[in-house]
Design a protein around this ligand. Structure first.
Ligand code: SF4
Length: 274
């Protein structure tokens, strides 16, 4: 397979082969290989895309449309051309309130923007950088996040434990590290930052410089090759289903998937003498 490996494909593949798996191989195949799975666009993702678009002008990746804000009932009664941000529901209106501050912050930090939304492929990897630019005298990639998990210490996507020596610290570093190492190689930069804006009411922003060791970067390249080999094997031998009622219920393939669990199946919990 010559397919370039994106960081999202890689993260999902690692969930398929985890023990126990946390993603279904059949769904993975539909999303990343056959590309016939309906777009997964939760509200948090749409808000993030909209924030990023207003902040940098970058359109969403993969040709996705620029998200349409939600309007209040009163706003919906108005002529679309006459609606303003004051007619938007709270989450969307908050973005408009934060954007001027966010733009000013990027300016004050001395971040130079050379390109936004630039897609590149290199060494069998593919990625789209929110910002390619320079910061503190070094060329870098900056990934913009608009997140409600800035303080969250117990979720993979969170940021609250990322500097801690703890189980969740490792989980968050591993998760966010994949994109960093991927993009450092693709865009040939030694600096990768996440600029994370809090999506809640409070104005809060954190910047994280991801700093992998040379050995960790080498391991990442080995992992990319492992993912490619694994996909080649699964393309021949088939993608393993990981059916579970609570996953299948929300899966777009459930009505045509032979493996779907449409009812909960008992999970055996062994109780052993100690
Ligand atoms: S319905 Fe269930 S088993 Fe089938 S693809 Fe979806 S998650 Fe996998």
């Amino acid at each position: 397979m010559k397919k370039n490996i994106s960081q999202s494909l890689m993260k999902d593949y690692l969930k398929v082969v985890a023990n126990p798996p946390t993603e279904c191989g059949v769904r993975f195949e539909a999303i990343h290989i056959k590309r016939n799975y309906p777009k997964i666009t939760g509200k948090a993702m749409l808000l993030g895309q909209y924030f990023e678009y207003l902040l940098t002008g970058a359109k969403p990746s993969y040709g996705d449309p620029i998200p349409e804000p939600e309007y209040t009932k009163t706003g919906m009664k108005k002529d679309p051309d006459k609606r303003t941000e004051n007619d938007m529901t709270a989450d969307w209106k908050r973005i408009h309130q934060k954007i001027p501050k966010a733009k000013q912050l990027i300016h004050d930090m001395g971040i130079t923007i050379k390109s936004v939304g630039e897609e590149r492929s290199r060494n069998g990897k593919r990625g789209t950088a929110d910002i390619c630019g320079s910061y503190k005298g070094s060329d870098c990639v900056i990934d913009i996040k608009y997140s409600g998990l800035l303080d969250n210490r117990y979720e993979t996507f969170g940021w609250g434990a990322i500097r801690e020596e703890s189980y969740y610290g490792d989980v968050q570093r591993d998760f966010h590290g994949v994109q960093a190492m991927h993009y450092m190689d693709i865009f040939e930069v030694e600096k990768f930052y996440y600029l994370v804006f809090n999506s809640g009411d409070k104005w809060a922003v954190e910047m994280f410089e991801m700093s992998p060791s040379p050995r960790r970067r080498q391991m990442h390249e080995e992992q990319v090759n492992m993912v490619r080999s694994g996909i080649n094997m699964m393309n021949v031998g088939g993608y393993p289903a990981n059916p579970d009622f609570n996953t299948c219920y929300y899966c777009a393939l459930k009505n045509r998937c032979k493996e779907a669990h449409l009812q909960p199946e008992p999970k055996v919990i062994e109780l052993m003498a100690k």
